[in-house]
Design a protein around this ligand. Structure first.
Ligand code: SF4
Ligand code: SF4
Length: 91
């Protein structure tokens, strides 16, 4: 499942840099999550990083994007294929 940010968001800015998939961005009035990029942190972390850090607990599951862990893993792999991690310079 992708997660979503509700209008209880206080725009504290702390979640956006924590997202490993760059799924969080500023919306019209408060932050938003792109459901096509949110993997619930599957592939990166055991826990959803934005949920862990949000001070007002305004990041529930998005009921319009219910996905299994397997589907989330496939999304993660698709995102990785699109944007491979930068190669470390040869030393
Ligand atoms: S659950 Fe993870 S991937 Fe989804 S928006 Fe939060 S930090 Fe990003
Ligand atoms: S951490 Fe929570 S309150 Fe802060 S910007 Fe993100 S969603 Fe909004």
């Amino acid at each position: 499942m992708a997660l979503m940010i509700t209008d209880e968001c206080i725009n504290c800015d702390v979640c956006e840099p924590e997202c490993p998939n760059d799924a969080i961005s500023m919306g019209e009035n408060f932050y938003q999550i792109d459901p096509h990029r949110c993997t619930e942190c599957v592939g990166h972390f055991e826990e959803a990083q934005c949920v862990q850090i949000c001070p007002v607990a305004c990041i529930p599951v998005n009921p319009a994007h219910v996905e299994s862990r397997e589907t989330l893993l496939q999304k993660y792999q698709r995102l990785q294929a699109l944007e491979p991690a930068p190669q470390l310079p040869a030393s």
